[in-house]
Write a protein that binds this ligand. Structure first.
Ligand code: GLC
Length: 711
C-alpha cells in the first residue's frame, strides 16, 4: 500500500515478480507494455491521439498520458484490468510541470526564488492534486540547463546554472516521489544547447561541457531516486539521445545505477528516421530499444517495428523482456500491481490551501530588477493608477506554458488583483494594443489614460504560447506593437512601473530605461494578480533574483556568468581583448540580480580551515524594512591544468533580516567542491591557491572576495 510520506512512498518490488509476469506474455502483449499513448485531454505533440480505449482493450498500450479525473482513469483502468487477457494495469502520466489544477509559477520563475524548500512544497502540492485525479507519474522535473533565451523551453527549466539545477532536481524529485508520484527527469541531456536556440536543432556539446554543465542535474535526480527519465529529441554530436546507448545504458544504468524506466519523448523513436540514423521503423525500434529506451511514446514504432527487428536479428527477445520487466517493476513500485485503482482513493487536495501556496510561490518568484528612487512599494493611498497593457487583464496568460489541468478561468489577472488590493482606488485601465498582433489603433487612448494618472503600471510581455515547447524566438523583444505602446506611455511623463510577463528574459527597447521600476513577473500562475499586488503594495517584499543572465541584446547570446576568461579577457581600453565594437560584454542584469525593498551589504569573507573549508561573511540589512536576500558563494581556481570559469557557483542560501540587523552567513566547502575535470575528464583537486567570492548576484562589482591555499 502507498505510504503517504517518506522516501518509501512506493511499494518495494518483489524479486522475480515482474519476470514471472513477462514469462506469461505473448510478444504482442510485451509490445503493448512498451507503448504509451496520449488521450486527448491535452495535445502535447504533432500526432493527434486516437481512440485509446480501443488500444487499451486490444492490449496495444501499457500506459496512457494526457487523461485525468477519477472517472476517466477508472474506466480506462477497468478496461485494461478486466478486458485484457492478463489484466495488467496501466499507469497514467501527465506533464505536471508547474501545477495540476492550481498552477504555480513557471519553473524558470520558481528557480528565481533560489529556495529548495519552496520547490519541494509546490511539487508536493501539485502531486496531491494530480494523485487525486488518478495521475501516477509526472513528466517532470524538466532539468535542461539553458543559456540561450531564444529557446522557448528555458521557461520550463531551472535556469543557467548546474549547481542550482541540481538542487532543483533533488528537491523536485524527492517531493514528487515522497508524495507517491513517479518523477521523470527530462530531457536527458543537453537539450538546452539546441543550436541557435532553435527547438529540436542539433547540439554540439564537448564532453567537458556535457559533464560540467548538462549532466549534473540528471545525476542529482537519479541520486534522489527518480523512477523515470526521458531522453531529449536532440542529438549530441550526431547521436540522437533516444538511441544513445553510451549515455542511456553505459552512463545512466551501468555507472549511475539508474534502475527506473526510460520513456521516449513524443514520437522520438520514429523520428530516428528523420535524424538519418535509421532506414526504416524496425531499425529505429531496434536502435532505441538496444540503447535503453524502454517505452515508445506515440510512435507505435515498437508495436510496428520490433517483430521484424527480431526476425532480422536487429535486437533480441532478452532485450524486449528486460524492458518489459522494468516497466512492470515501475507499476509494482507504484502499487498498481496490487491495487490498479490505488490513487483513485486519494483524498482531494485542499484547494484554498494550495492556492495560498501558489500566491506565496509567485510573490517569492517575481524579480524586482529596478526600483529607482524607491518607486515601489506604492503608497497606501496610491493616487490615480493607470493599469495599461495587453497583459493587464489577461488572466489566462498568467498560467504560462505547460499549465497542465490549469483552468484559465480560475486565474487571477493583474487587474483583478489590483482591484482587490486597492478597493475604492481610482484605477483606470487600457489594454493599449494586442499582445502579438501589430495594431497601434488604441495606443493613443491608452496614452491619454496614462497621462491623467499619478502612476502607470504597464503590463507587457509575451503570451503564454510564445515560450515552452516549439516556441523559439529569433528576436526576444516585445511582440507586436508593445514597444510603441511603451514609448507612448513613457512620453506622457507619468512615473511608470513595468510589469514584464514572459517565459524568458526579454530584450527591452532603450526607452524602457525611463521606467523607474521593473518587475520580471515571468508567468506567475493561478494567483498572479494577487501576488503582483502583494509586491506592489509592499504586503510582501520582493526577494527573487534572475536565474539566468539577462542579455542586453540577442547578439550577446549564448551568455552566462560562468565563462572561461580566454587569453585576452575584456579590457575596455585594450582593442586586442575579448569584446564587441557595438555593445558592452556585460548583461542587462547579472545572474542572481534582484532587488528588495531594503538594502543589504556583505562583508569581506573570511576562510577558516578544519574538516571543511568554512567561508564566513556578514550580511547586514542597512535599510528600513525587513527583507530576504540570497547570498551566493562562488569559487575560482585561478591556475589549474585546464582553464576554469572565472566564477563557479558552489553554494546559495536565503537569509531574512529585520531592519538594521546583521547575520553571520557561513558556508562549508568540502575538498570535492574544489574538484574539476582535468584534460582527461578525471576529477582532480590541485594544491594551490583558490578564490572565494560572496555576492548577492554574479555581478563582479558586488562580489567580496578572499583567497586560501590548499596544501
Ligand atoms: C512533449 C515534450 C515532453 C513531454 C511529452 C509528453 O513533446 O517534449 O517534455 O513530456 O511530449 O507530453
Amino acid at each position: 500500500m502507498l505510504a503517504t510520506t517518506g522516501a518509501a512512498a512506493f511499494t518495494a518490488p518483489r524479486p522475480g515478480r515482474a519476470e514471472a509476469l513477462v514469462a506469461q506474455m505473448t510478444l504482442a502483449e510485451k509490445l503493448g507494455q512498451l507503448s504509451i499513448l496520449s488521450a486527448d485531454y491535452a495535445v502535447t505533440g504533432p500526432v493527434v491521439p486516437t481512440n485509446v480505449d480501443a488500444d487499451v482493450r486490444a492490449g496495444r498500450v501499457g500506459s496512457l498520458f494526457n487523461l485525468w479525473g477519477r472517472d476517466a482513469v477508472r474506466e480506462a483502468q477497468r478496461i485494461a484490468v478486466e478486458e485484457t487477457r492478463l489484466g495488467i494495469p496501466l499507469f497514467f502520466g501527465l506533464d505536471v510541470i508547474h501545477g495540476f489544477r492550481t498552477v504555480f509559477p513557471i519553473p524558470l520563475a520558481e528557480t528565481s526564488a533560489f529556495d529548495p524548500g519552496l520547490w519541494a512544497e509546490t511539487a508536493t502540492a501539485a502531486a496531491r492534486e494530480a494523485a487525486a485525479a488518478g495521475i501516477d507519474l509526472t513528466f517532470a522535473p524538466m532539468l535542461d540547463v539553458a543559456r540561450d533565451p531564444r529557446w522557448g523551453r528555458m521557461a520550463e527549466g531551472p535556469g543557467e546554472d548546474p549547481h542550482v539545477a541540481s538542487a532543483y532536481a533533488t528537491a523536485k524529485t524527492r517531493a514528487w516521489q515522497e508524495a507517491g508520484i513517479a518523477a521523470t527527469a527530462k530531457h536527458f541531456v543537453a537539450y538546452g544547447a539546441s543550436r541557435a536556440g532553435r527547438d529540436y536543432a542539433a547540439t554540439e556539446v564537448t564532453p567537458r561541457t556535457l559533464a560540467e554543465v548538462y549532466l549534473p542535474p540528471f545525476r542529482a535526480a537519479v541520486d534522489a531516486g527518480a523512477l523515470a527519465l526521458m531522453p531529449a529529441f536532440t542529438d549530441i554530436d550526431g547521436v540522437p539521445l533516444t538511441a544513445d546507448r553510451t549515455l542511456l545504458t553505459g552512463l545512466l544504468r551501468e555507472q549511475w545505477g539508474f534502475d527506473g524506466v526510460v520513456i521516449s519523448d513524443y514520437t522520438a523513436i520514429s523520428e530516428l528516421l528523420k535524424h538519418g540514423v535509421a532506414a526504416d521503423i524496425p531499425e529505429a525500434a531496434a536502435l532505441a530499444l538496444n540503447a535503453g529506451t524502454d517505452i515508445d511514446m506515440m510512435s507505435r514504432a515498437y508495436e510496428r517495428g520490433l517483430p521484424e527487428a527480431l526476425d532480422r536479428g536487429l535486437t533480441t527477445m532478452e532485450t524486449v523482456d528486460a524492458a518489459v520487466a522494468r516497466i512492470l517493476t515501475l507499476k509494482e513500485r507504484l502499487g498498481l500491481l496490487d491495487d490498479p485503482y490505488v490513487r483513485l482513493s486519494a483524498a482531494d487536495a485542499d484547494l484554498p490551501a494550495t492556492r495560498a501556496i501558489a500566491r506565496r510561490a509567485a510573490t517569492t518568484s517575481i524579480v524586482l530588477l529596478r526600483n529607482r528612487g524607491g518607486a515601489l512599494p506604492l503608497p497606501a493611498a496610491p493616487g490615480r493608477l493607470a493599469l495599461v497593457g495587453p497583459l493587464a487583464d489577461a488572466a489566462g496568460e498568467m498560467l504560462g506554458p505547460w499549465a497542465g489541468a490549469g483552468r484559465r478561468e480560475e486565474a487571477v489577472s493583474v487587474r483583478a488583483g489590483l482591484a482587490a488590493a486597492f478597493p475604492g482606488a481610482d484605477i483606470s485601465f487600457a489594454a493599449g494594443c494586442p499582445i502579438d498582433l501589430p495594431d497601434e489603433s488604441a495606443i493613443a487612448a491608452a496614452a491619454a489614460v496614462a497621462a491623467q494618472a499619478d502612476r502607470v503600471l504597464l503590463a507587457i510581455g509575451e503570451a503564454a504560447w510564445m515560450s515552452g515547447e516549439a516556441a523559439s524566438r529569433a528576436r526576444i523583444d516585445l511582440p507586436g506593437s508593445q514597444a510603441a505602446l511603451l514609448d507612448a506611455v513613457l512620453a506622457t511623463g507619468t512615473p511608470t512601473t513595468i510589469l514584464l510577463f514572459s517565459g524568458r528574459p526579454l530584450v527591452l527597447p532603450p526607452a524602457a530605461d525611463r521606467a523607474d521600476a521593473l518587475l520580471a513577473c515571468w508567468f506567475p500562475g493561478s494567483e498572479a494578480g494577487h501576488a503582483v499586488a502583494d509586491l506592489l503594495t509592499g504586503a510582501v517584499s520582493p526577494s527573487a533574483g534572475t536565474p539566468v543572465t539577462w542579455p542586453r541584446d540577442v547578439g550577446q547570446i549564448p551568455i552566462t556568468y560562468a565563462d572561461r576568461p580566454g587569453g585576452r579577457p575584456e579590457e575596455p581600453a585594450n582593442k586586442y581583448s575579448s569584446k564587441y565594437l557595438d555593445l558592452p560584454n556585460t548583461p542587462a542584469f547579472a545572474f542572481g540580480h534582484g532587488l528588495t525593498y531594503t538594502r543589504f551589504a556583505l562583508a569581506d569573507p573570511t576562510v577558516t580551515r578544519g574538516d571543511a573549508i568554512r567561508v564566513t561573511t556578514t550580511l547586514t540589512n542597512e535599510g528600513g524594512r525587513a527583507g530576504t536576500a540570497t547570498v551566493f558563494l562562488f569559487l575560482r581556481d585561478p591556475v589549474a591544468r585546464v582553464a576554469r570559469p572565472t566564477l563557479e557557483l558552489r553554494r546559495f542560501t536565503r537569509v531574512t533580516l529585520a531592519p538594521g540587523a546583521s547575520a553571520t552567513v557561513g558556508f562549508a566547502l568540502l575538498r570535492s567542491d574544489l574538484a574539476y575535470l582535468d584534460a582527461r575528464l578525471t576529477p582532480t583537486v590541485d594544491p594551490g591557491e583558490f578564490e572565494v567570492h560572496v555576492g548577492l548576484s554574479a555581478d563582479p562589482s558586488g562580489l567580496r572576495s578572499a583567497r586560501f591555499t590548499l596544501g
